[in-house]
Design a binder for this molecule. Structure first.
Ligand SMILES: [Zn+2]
Length: 321
């Protein structure tokens, strides 16, 4: 059972039924929105020969789901950054000109292309400029900009969006999570099924949500040293610091939206905190927070010392309050 992005699936189905089926497709959007699930679904749509394709139960569908179908390749990542090596991409280009093993089509899935380097992309360009008639290429990335303009111009892009909160609750309940847990997860990560599941399954995510909420409280009640203490608990973990800063930024954005009376659904993990911020923030505060959080996020993505960034962020968030 697939949840959400019905419009994208409908468009893909129409495309698959028509005569002009694009051979290179990109799914992009935040982590957790189901890009890989949709890539697998579309591979099944292309290879399932049942009338109600993808039927989900024929041999093609089942082996695609298990990732063992001989004509569907999930291209392996390599290197510390999780990109694709030049050798891997060359091997895929060579393989893509060989006729399918069992069916009429071959599918190559390059997932998480955000760290794919320019060399690998340039090698790939040759094959996606003129792919053999049976070859299909599916890419997934958080942002379209991860790919070179020359590559992008060959792809049909589909942006994925969040599910409704009801769909998310149904999806999580179907996976066996309790109603209380589901409620809590959806309160933090709304219609992003993958991130809700992350919250339910990964203690680190729950800890980061708790730290974010605590940080918001410290800021509201102007407790600078307590805020430093919250940040200190991140240690030197760059990925966790980036996530904390990102989640803090979302709560501020929600706070500003509420302050401006915009009736938008919350994007962050702390609606109560956002409401409290909305009651206290001036527009100038909001703008300043937005800037210093953006700066801290950029620094943490570069190689600056994590605790230095967080201390500086703490000072800036407290300045003038
Ligand atoms: Zn099938």
């Amino acid at each position: 059972m697939l949840y959400g992005n019905q419009n994208v699936r409908a468009a893909l189905s129409r495309m698959a039924e028509g005569k002009r089926l694009a051979q290179c497709i990109l799914f992009y959007g935040d982590t957790g929105l189901g890009k890989k699930t949709l890539a697998g679904w579309f591979a099944s749509r292309l290879l399932c020969t049942e009338p109600d394709a993808p039927c989900g139960s024929c041999k093609n569908c089942r082996t695609i789901q298990q990732r063992v179908h001989p004509d569907v390749t999930w291209v392996p990542h390599s290197g510390k950054l999780g990109g694709f090596s030049v050798e891997t991409v060359r091997a895929i280009c060579a393989d893509a000109v060989i006729a399918p093993n069992s069916g009429a089509r071959k599918v190559y899935i390059f997932d998480d292309c955000d760290k794919m380097d320019v060399r690998a992309q340039n090698i790939l360009l040759k094959i996606i400029e003129e792919p053999p008639a049976f070859a299909y290429f599916i890419f997934t990335a958080a942002a379209r900009q991860a790919l070179l303009p020359t590559i992008l111009s060959r792809l049909v892009p589909f942006g994925l969006s969040q599910c409704t909160e009801e769909e998310t609750m149904q999806a999580l309940a179907a996976q066996g999570f309790s109603p209380e847990d589901v409620q809590e997860a959806v309160g933090c990560f709304h219609g992003n099924i993958g991130q809700c599941r992350g919250y339910l399954e990964d203690e680190t995510v729950r800890r980061l949500v708790a730290l974010t909420k605590e940080a918001v409280h410290c800021i509201i009640s102007k407790r600078e040293y307590d805020l430093l203490g919250v940040f200190y608990r991140i240690g030197s973990d760059r990925a966790q610091a980036a996530r904390l800063i990102e989640m803090l930024g979302q709560v501020f954005r929600d706070g500003m939206a509420l302050r401006l009376g915009q009736d938008l659904p919350c994007t962050g993990c702390d609606r109560e905190g956002a409401l409290a911020l909305a009651g206290k923030l001036s527009l100038a505060d909001g703008q300043r927070y937005h800037q210093c959080i953006g700066k801290a996020y950029a620094a943490v993505s570069a190689n600056v010392n994590v605790q230095l960034i967080l201390s500086a962020l703490c000072a800036e968030l407290m300045a003038g309050r």
